[in-house]
Design a protein. Structure first.
Length: 272
């Protein structure tokens, strides 16, 4: 048998090393939730202060409406910046979804329950798949009005994502059954989320930071539970695309499985 030359030995060793490295890379678990999903085919309504369609983080809208003071189609321009930042955070994770801006905030981030109810009815009537509610109220007197519309959304196969608590106080509608209630986790990376295994408090947690702005420190930008909800909505939209179904039970199961996978990648990161 012919003995390989030293050059051939070296070449074969290089090939073997390259193959081992490629194998290791291919088995590296993704550290981002629902990798590869872009929200294609999913319709999202964001109930907030509208949107600035010219903002560089905004990739376009399918439509929208203002409920209340300036009610009407194409009157949903954002003058507060909050809704724009919320939509940008969701679009970052789901750039190919269809987005609808529903404006209920005008001069400040305070609104009327009637406007919120009207916005929910409009979104449900449009047949969207996911409704983002980066808002909430601790006033339990509104339960009687919110419970029926949450049920209407659930019956229609529409997912509501909202703040389950604000400053550790249960918030409506996010703390109601049938809503994907979200809590704030400052330590959670923006590309991930985590699940609360206990029965107390929010079930899902996500980062409270929006998309970063060049030259603006995170501490000087908008932040808080609003963006935990927005970030989580992005993951819900991705889950909708991945699973091809939008039932609350099915999506929560998909979120649970993905949370488990993400938790396992934390162990992989520590081991390597």
């Amino acid at each position: 048998m012919r003995q390989p030359s030293p050059k051939t030995d070296s070449y074969e060793r290089d090939i073997q090393v390259t193959m081992r490295e490629a194998k290791q890379v291919s088995h590296e678990p993704s550290r981002e939730a629902f990798p590869g999903a872009t929200g294609r085919g999913v319709r999202v309504a964001v109930i907030d202060s509208g949107v600035n369609p010219k903002h560089p983080h905004i990739r376009g809208l399918a439509g929208g409406i203002a409920i209340g003071i300036a009610s009407g189609i194409n009157s949903y321009v954002d003058f507060l910046g909050h809704g724009t930042a919320v939509i940008a955070a969701i679009q970052e994770k789901a750039p190919d979804a269809e987005f609808y801006a529903i404006k209920i905030y005008y001069r400040s981030l305070r609104t009327d329950i009637n406007l919120l109810i009207g916005a929910l009815h409009w979104a449900i009537g449009e047949g969207v798949d996911v409704i983002n509610l980066s808002l909430g109220t601790a006033n339990t007197a509104y339960c009687d009005r919110l419970i029926p519309i949450v049920q209407r959304a659930t019956d229609a196969g529409i997912l509501l994502v909202a703040a389950a608590e604000i400053d550790s106080v249960p918030s409506l509608p996010g703390s109601l059954p049938g809503v994907i209630g979200v809590g704030l986790d400052w330590t959670c990376p923006r590309g991930r989320f985590r699940q609360n295994p206990s029965e107390h408090g929010p079930r899902w947690f996500a980062s409270g930071y929006p998309r970063s702005l060049p030259g603006v420190a995170p501490s000087d930008n908008l932040c808080g539970i609003s963006f935990s909800v927005a970030n989580m909505s992005g993951f819900v939209v991705r889950a909708c695309e991945k699973t091809k179904q939008h039932s609350l039970i099915g999506i929560c199961e998909a979120l649970h499985n993905e949370a488990d996978r993400l938790r396992s990648t934390e162990g992989w990161i520590r081991d390597t």
